[in-house]
Design a protein around this ligand. Structure first.
Ligand code: CTP
Ligand code: MG
Length: 212
């Protein structure tokens, strides 16, 4: 289980996101607890930052991809999951669906349907409507055979390619990546208002801690 947690949270502006507290816990603690069942958890932290839990850490890089590179290099399992620490609420049933697919095909990501009308912005004007049924919003965790993910990272590094998620890296090797239905509760805390949503969901999680 690999947790890139080395981002600086610039869009929220409250310091490194992993340490922002929601419902009495840091985002990092939420994610670590959500994967408490994993054989191994590795976290990439911003340089100079530590973490109070007894968990293996590596130093993050200047981009998400570089942070994940450092994590994969230190990982040992045959299958690895990569999960943004910015997604504090881990829905176990979705992760099980993902793992089932990864064991079969070697690479998969959670993704959800697009709930709203999707339109191209032409300057500030309403442009062409995109058929949303053909699109998905990509979440994490994403899961891979470790060897495939490592090759993809080496390949991207050699070619100077930079991607926003690991599915793109693996696809750029020519390896297909399956889409597995995710869960909207695994949303990414990105903007300040997402913290309000997270506070609300944290109350539900804290009141109802059994696996979902
Ligand atoms: N991340 C990382 N190393 C980086 C950049 C990002 O490990 N150099 C991680 C973040 O900690 C987060 C995940 O990648 O868990 C997704 O990134 P994002 O939501 O963009 O978080 P930040 O980069 O922290 O936020 P921002 O882009 O607003 O600065
Ligand atoms: Mg970022």
């Amino acid at each position: 289980m690999l947790l890139p947690a080395a981002g600086y949270g610039e869009r929220i502006g409250l310091g490194p996101k992993a340490f922002i507290r929601v419902g009495g816990k840091s985002l990092l603690e939420w994610a670590v607890e959500g994967f408490g069942w994993a054989d191994e958890i590795l976290v990439a932290l911003p340089a100079g930052r530590g973490f109070e839990l007894p968990i293996k850490t590596v130093v993050g890089g200047t981009t998400r991809q570089k942070s994940v590179f450092n994590l994969v290099q230190a990982a040992t399992g045959e299958i690895v999951l990569v999960h943004d620490v910015a997604r504090p609420f881990v829905v176990r049933s979705a992760v099980e669906r993902l793992l089932g697919e990864v064991r079969q095909s070697g690479a998969a990501t959670l993704a959800v349907f697009v709930p709203d009308t999707l339109v191209q912005a032409q300057e500030h004007q309403y442009g062409e409507v995109i058929p949303r049924e053909h699109y998905r919003l990509v979440q994490t965790p994403q899961g891979f055979r470790r060897e495939v993910l490592w090759q993809a990272h080496l390949n991207a590094q050699a070619g100077g390619l930079e991607f926003t998620d690991d599915a793109q890296l693996v696809l750029s090797l020519g390896h297909p990546v399956a889409l597995v239905e995710g869960d909207r509760r695994m949303f990414k805390v990105t903007y300040p208002e997402d913290l309000l949503l997270a506070e609300g969901l944290a109350r539900v999680w804290n009141a109802w801690p059994q696996p979902r």
